[in-house]
Write a protein that binds this ligand. Structure first.
Ligand code: MG
Length: 303
């Protein structure tokens, strides 16, 4: 067995990526209580909302209220997705200093999702980051559809490398390499990581996060394949909440409980208390009034 990382950073994306794909409107107070539970379960990095136009994603229309009332829990880092300058301004005034940007490796997906070509998205980011030159922002960029696109099918690893190279040139701190429609297998993980390893400006183990979806049941085997390659940052959504509104047929994010169960079993440190996290997700699905798809959660519920 190859040497696996001894520690993994888990980025909880449920409150943003998960909720944005739920038709249910969750009250602000419930979101805040959930975020508090996630943080107390040991999740140290939580993406809490997106500062999008409320008419585009009404589920996250309370971004300002959520960001302004985040529970202060020692060591917890909160971030938010920011689509444009107005969003960045709102995020900054609400005290958010870790932001996430969103682009894609597929031209068609990028166009349909953010109404820009990949090159235009990079230019927007350049202008956006230039607007706050003196502030220390931590910036992550989502590169969606790195393994396949609902419109274009297979995506070449070279396309992933090209967009990542441009993002790194902007000084982006972290790349979230995303399997938006959950098509990747370990062979694809290897191919994309091989391609990314050719980028001299990229420190793969420090800067590459994997954002996996379990649409075809391959998320955890892909995590394992990535661990073997030294990847130690993984996104997940509590309970497996989410999907993607712009990617037909894409089901939920990798469930955080499933990820932690695997990592616990491998003896890899995450700081997350699986029992507390599971309890939190059981509480949250009762609040939502609908069961969440995570496997560990299902086992805990008894169904
Ligand atoms: Mg996702």
């Amino acid at each position: 067995m190859s040497l696996l990382p001894s520690k993994v950073r888990v980025v909880e994306v449920g409150p943003r990526d998960g909720l944005q794909n739920q038709s249910i409107q969750v009250p602000t107070a419930t979101k805040l209580a959930w975020i508090g539970r996630l943080a107390r379960a040991g999740l140290r990095e939580i993406e809490v909302t997106s500062f999008v136009r409320p008419d585009r994603i009404p589920q996250l229309a309370d971004a300002v209220e959520v960001a302004a009332a985040l529970p202060e829990i020692e060591g917890t880092l909160y971030s938010a997705l920011v689509p444009n300058q107005r969003g960045l301004k709102s995020a900054r005034s609400a005290g958010i200093d870790r932001i996430a940007l969103f682009t894609a490796a597929s031209e068609t997906f990028c166009q349909k999702n953010i109404n820009a070509s990949i090159a235009e998205s990079i230019e927007r980011f350049r202008v956006l980051l230039h607007s706050v030159p003196d502030e220390k922002l931590w910036v992550r960029a989502y590169v969606s559809t790195c393994f396949g696109c609902p419109y274009e099918g297979v995506i070449s690893p070279d396309a992933v490398v090209a967009v990542c190279r441009d993002l790194l040139a902007l000084g982006i701190d972290e790349l979230a390499i995303s399997d938006t429609i959950g098509v990747a297998t370990p062979a694809d993980i290897d191919r994309v990581l091989d391609a990314l390893s050719t980028l001299p400006t990229l420190d793969v183990p420090k800067q590459v996060a994997l954002h996996l979806h379990d649409t075809r049941g391959t998320a955890l085997v892909n995590v394992y394949a990535a661990l073997e390659r030294g990847i130690s940052i993984f996104d997940a959504a509590a309970g497996g909440l989410g999907g993607c509104p712009y990617a037909p047929g894409a089901s939920g994010n990798l469930a955080t409980e499933d990820l932690i169960y695997l990592l616990d079993g491998l003896g890899i440190e995450t700081g997350v208390d699986l029992a507390a996290l599971t309890e939190s997700s059981l509480w949250f699905e009762r609040e939502l009034g609908t069961p969440l798809p995570g496997r560990v959660l299902g086992a805990a519920r008894g169904s």
